[in-house]
Design a protein around this ligand. Structure first.
Ligand code: DGJ
Length: 547
């Protein structure tokens, strides 16, 4: 570890132990119960974020009118690209102008930042590597397909590629430590963007073929054996079907792929995918570790997730951190703290569940920023203890009276309570985004049911959503929209449950300010809560039982 990184870690440990010292740690992840939280300036942090489009931060002037719109839209965090091509236009000559502009303007607009390192790969391709890399394919070799044709994308099977990227990323992190090590405007780093081989199941360059026909590395075999009972089912089954071998070539250990191009869930080229996942993980893990040695803040990978289209290869890049190869990534890239889905798809809730496994915290760096996205933001922080939510293209969509801005405004009121309850089993959420009429969850000693359409709104574009926080044996804080909330006893089915008191209100500075006391027509059937379809609102309810 770099001596300054060691000093930073030492500082964290010192301040954590010395309670009387002012807390001034660099951003890091910390366990709270079952949740892994992002801690910023000594306190858990919830990123109500948005991702800028790819080219936006390449011009400070272009960004000028956008910054205030982001703040007005109640974002607290912006995901912004930093590109290798602009940062190292000539080898070894670094230009941090674009980064410095982002930091200066973010601070002036009261925003925190997550930087996206567009290095060797962006969406599976190599388009952000500098021209001196692009044009020297002898020194910086490319992926080849089965016919031996170069695919225009840098190969993982090259120390030169990896080391050039690592040097640049380390320089960026060294710079960030110097200019932001005490201010903490930058919270996390995304390393590369949606990696994986496109248009082929794996790299077929001579070096890749040699590795594919050689032994599975001992480090990976050791990891699989140590975690044999916790592996994702697809990898476990492939390994089991091939006889749980502890050594051998990739096809000996994981079997020969059986190709079914028409079944999107068939994991047809699984062995090739495991092979590429390992090689991307090793490469990206090396880049991330080089950066962390300079400035040790959390680092994550985003994923072009598997999609419901046939005709693979081509449906998604092979080797990215998909949930079914999560173990391979954990084994190969320990410096990567979070594996993330870029989730623009309709089955958002399934993907969140698939990524929130094996100790992987949930952060969604790309999603939709419409009313559905806003509902997902609320749902995932409550149901999955998420670190944050970030719709893509926020520079285009941010406004003061959008579904997202209204949701973010209300979530930010409740953020201290949400963060307090993450990981301790006292918070959950429901979103009815698949057309179902209702869903019930148990929280504390009650079952909480969310029913669609308090005002008969359509569920496809305006999904009912509710976040529940249990604040006492009979007490709940509920943030919701477009839903009716019904209660039954989870401990004694013969009990009837009724409303003792219901208040609507707001939080200001973490303090509850009650508004109307709700009863009568505002509490349907005198036993439920009604949340309208226009806005996110907050209600406090106290329940009682009768026989
Ligand atoms: C996924 C990429 O990661 C983003 O950079 C962006 O190009 C979006 N797709 C566009 O939807």
């Amino acid at each position: 570890m770099h001596p300054l990184a060691a000093a930073a870690v030492g500082f964290i440990l010192t301040t954590a132990c010395a309670q009387s010292q002012p807390v001034n740690t660099i951003p890091h992840l910390q366990q709270q119960g079952t949740a892994r939280q992002l801690v910023v300036d000594g306190k858990p942090y919830l990123a109500l974020a948005g991702e800028l489009r790819n080219s936006t931060t390449s011009s400070q002037a272009y960004m000028q009118p956008i910054w205030p719109r982001l703040t007005a839209a109640h974002l607290n965090t912006v995901l912004a690209a930093v590109t290798w091509e602009l940062m190292e236009p000539r080898e070894g000559r670094f230009d941090f102008t674009a980064v410095d502009h982002i930091l200066k303007d973010a601070r002036e607009n009261n925003q925190r930042v997550v930087l996206l390192w567009f290095g060797t790969w962006k969406n599976g391709k190599s388009t952000y590597d500098p021209v001196w890399v692009k044009t020297n394919q002898t020194r910086f070799p490319l992926i080849q397909n089965e016919q031996g044709r170069s695919l225009g994308t840098l190969s993982t099977f090259s120390d030169a590629n990896r080391d050039a990227d690592s040097r640049a990323f380390a320089a960026l992190m060294r710079h960030l430590r110097a200019v932001d090590g005490s201010k903490h405007t930058v919270l996390m780093m995304q390393v590369e963007n949606e990696v994986g081989v496109l248009d082929a199941p794996r790299d077929f360059s001579p070096a890749a073929n040699q590795a594919f026909n050689g032994p599975v590395p001992k480090d990976l075999m050791d990891y699989l054996q140590a975690h044999k009972n916790q592996l994702m089912p697809q990898v476990h089954q492939a390994w089991e079907a091939a006889g749980f071998k502890t050594s051998g070539t990739w096809e000996e250990v994981f079997g020969r792929s059986t190709v079914d191009k028409n079944d999107w869930q068939a994991y047809s080229y699984l062995t090739e995918e495991i092979f590429m996942a390992w090689n991307y993980a090793r490469y990206v893990g090396h880049v991330a570790a080089a950066g962390k040695a300079e400035y040790n803040i959390p680092m994550f990978m985003n994923t072009w997730i598997k999609q419901e289209i046939s005709g693979w290869p081509g449906a998604y890049p092979s080797g990215g951190p998909q949930p079914h190869v999560m173990d391979i990534w954990h084994a190969g890239a320990p410096a990567i703290d979070i594996l993330c889905p870029d989730c623009h798809l309709t089955n958002f809730t399934d993907w969140c569940g698939w990524y929130h496994q094996s100790g992987n915290p949930l952060f969604v760096p790309e999603s939709a920023g419409d009313a559905v996205g806003a509902a997902h933001a609320l749902w995932m922080v409550g149901r999955h203890d998420a670190i944050g939510f970030s719709p893509f293209g926020i520079d285009g969509s941010a406004g003061t009276n959008t579904a997202l801005s209204r949701a973010y405004e209300v979530i930010s009121q409740v953020t201290p309570l949400i963060l307090e309850h993450q990981g301790n089993g006292t918070m959950t959420a429901i979103v009815l985004d698949k057309g179902t009429a209702s869903e019930t969850v148990r929280l504390g000693s009650y079952n909480l049911e969310a029913r669609a359409g308090a005002r008969g709104g359509t569920t496809a574009m305006n999904p009912p959503v509710a976040l529940f926080i249990c604040t006492g044996p009979d007490d709940y804080v509920i943030v919701a929209r477009n839903a009716g909330i019904y209660f039954t006893s989870a401990t004694n089915p013969s009990d009837s449950v009724a409303l003792a008191t219901v208040e609507e209100g707001v939080y200001a500075g973490g303090k509850w300010i009650p508004g109307r006391r709700l009863n009568g027509d505002e509490t349907p059937e005198w036993k439920a809560l009604r949340f309208g379809g226009d806005d996110y609102t907050i209600q406090h309810v106290k329940l009682y039982r009768y026989h």
